[in-house]
Design a protein. Structure first.
Lengths: 84, 440
């Protein structure tokens, strides 16, 4: 799976699960806190959905370090590469 | 309802063959009866160190360690999800000699241990919310925690047939008393949740009849319709709960009770029992009065903390004998307690965590420049906002600043205000006026 495909899948997931995001443009450099405005519970929910659809487990300590959507994609890419 | 002085006696209420704990080990669902739990406590090996730190993770091993070591060792309950630097500081401050819990984390923290520290006490230390400098270790006892369970149970009794899903961290006193001791004191069953990653699935998996939540969790789970149909009661505490959340849960046919308490009081002081969640009935062990400045002052012979650990000055500033000055504001009407605000400069978030404004703004000042015109406050949506005047291009710096805090304490919105921030004559920001800027 390419980086772009991973990104698109995550964006699709966010839009499907987070009311108000349907029409908002989300890009790799979108900041999770100050732009996407996820509260901590929403973030956990989205991360759980991401882990589920990609069938991966991202260490929880790494979750706290994620600043942008690109960081989330990096983490997914890393975990997917371990499965190969 | 009986008052107990030790966890062992409290557990004696459960029938030997009834399930006390149900949990997952890997993918396998397991259970432990009251009889088995009592036997496991009796045979639990005591460490030679006098002060034991527990990296609390809500696992059955962790629950067993707490119940077994209480009254025999000085126990320090640490939140395994906290930042490592915070944990190091807490371990050093409380002279922890041995650490139990997640092996990798124990290895990472082992240099902070004080192996030979002698301690004659066998209390239970809980940390209040906060960061390295503001978080305080509160000294509680088995007896005070059991009394807190007695207080809650007297007003809100459970049935032996009830099953409670424990998802709140047991390292926080609300989670510990209300997710563990409260149901166990009625001989009910406790489902140990599988952690935050599984909270969205645990209700469907365990099908509890009761749970305890913080407002943010309650609101989110209700909005996503993740509660099971068998759920009949939710006890919400540790923060303000918006009416919209309460109404949504009530709309699902689930009873909501709202609890007010502090770590310093071993948990609950008052509980809402009727339709109005803001109208609280005071627990049997408490006398409550309201000071002239509206501060809630509570008196109890059973549940108050011994004090803040090795902090006589801090203790005496809030506790005089069996009287505690809560720092919260309220009013009494027809014998019921209503919470109206906070005296201290603290933000209480919907997830139950607290943020000390002066400390946080102090750190921001070193980023934005001392003398810069800014202030933080909780926004209408429950997140943290940074109000600034005359500061441009700070977004990247703020985003980096955010990384040092847990997600709920990160700045979610920067609000640029055209005029200088409203201040009192002494220079204090008038936060209530900031709300108007948010709405502009």
């Amino acid at each position: 799976m390419t980086r772009e495909e991973i990104g698109n899948k995550i964006i699709e997931l966010i839009k499907a699960n987070q009311p108000g995001f349907e029409e908002i443009e989300i890009q790799e450099d979108t900041r999770i806190n100050t732009e996407a405005g996820f509260d901590s519970m929403t973030f956990v929910y989205i991360m759980c959905k991401i882990e589920s659809i990609f069938d991966i487990s991202i260490p929880k300590r790494r979750w706290e370090k994620m600043m942008t959507l690109g960081d989330v994609i990096d983490a997914v890419e890393k975990e997917l590469s371990k499965k190969k | 309802m009986e008052r107990f002085k030790s966890f062992k006696k409290l557990l004696g209420r459960g029938f030997k063959e009834d399930t006390a704990l149900e949990f997952f080990v890997g993918q396998v669902r397991k259970r432990m009866t009251y009889g088995e739990l009592n036997e496991a406590i009796d045979s639990y090996p005591l460490p030679k160190e006098k002060v034991v730190g527990l990296l609390v993770d809500n696992s059955p091993d962790c629950v067993l360690s707490i119940l077994s070591l209480a009254g025999k060792r000085q126990l320090v309950l640490l939140n395994g999800d906290d930042d490592t630097e915070v944990l190091k500081s807490q371990i050093k401050a409380t002279h922890v000699g041995v650490l139990l819990g997640d092996e990798d984390l124990v290895e990472e923290l082992k240099d902070c241990l004080e192996k030979d520290y002698e301690c004659a006490d066998a209390d239970i230390l809980f940390f209040t919310s906060g960061t390295t400098s503001s978080s305080k270790a509160v000294v509680l006892t088995e007896a005070s925690l059991c009394s807190a369970a007695y207080n809650g149970g007297s007003l809100l009794p459970l049935e032996r047939s009830d099953s409670l899903l424990a998802v709140l961290p047991l390292s926080h006193v609300f989670g510990f008393v209300c997710s563990l001791l409260w149901p166990l004191s009625f001989g009910a069953k406790v489902y140990l949740g599988r952690g935050l990653k599984h909270i969205f699935f645990d209700f469907a998996e365990f099908k509890p009849s009761v749970t305890t939540l913080v407002p943010q969790m309650a609101g989110f789970l209700a909005a996503k319709n993740l509660f099971n149909k068998e759920l009949r009661l939710i006890l919400i505490g540790a923060g303000e709960c918006p009416d919209s959340v309460l109404n949504r849960i009530k709309g699902l046919g689930i009873r909501v009770s709202f609890g007010y308490g502090l770590t310093e009081t071993s948990s609950g002081i008052a509980l809402s029992l009727g339709d109005n969640p803001r109208e609280m009935t005071i627990c049997p062990d408490y006398k409550v009065r309201i000071a002239e400045d509206s501060e809630i002052i509570v008196e109890s012979d059973f549940t108050l903390m011994k004090g803040y650990y090795e902090d006589e000055e801090g203790t005496s500033s809030v506790k005089k004998g069996n009287v505690l000055y809560t720092g919260d504001l309220g009013k009494l009407e027809n014998g019921h307690l209503f919470i109206t605000g906070r005296k201290k400069e603290i933000i209480v978030f919907d997830d139950g965590s607290k943020l000390f404004i002066p400390e946080y703004e102090g750190k921001l000042a070193s980023l934005l420049g001392t003398g810069s015109d800014f202030a933080i406050d909780k926004l209408n949506d429950g997140s943290l906002g940074l109000f600034v005047h005359g500061l441009e291009g700070i977004e990247d710096s703020v985003e980096k600043f955010n990384l040092q805090y847990p997600r709920s304490h990160r700045i979610a919105k920067i609000i640029h205000v055209e005029t200088p921030l409203p201040r009192t004559k002494t220079g204090k920001v008038q936060r209530y006026l900031l709300k108007e800027s948010e709405n502009d």
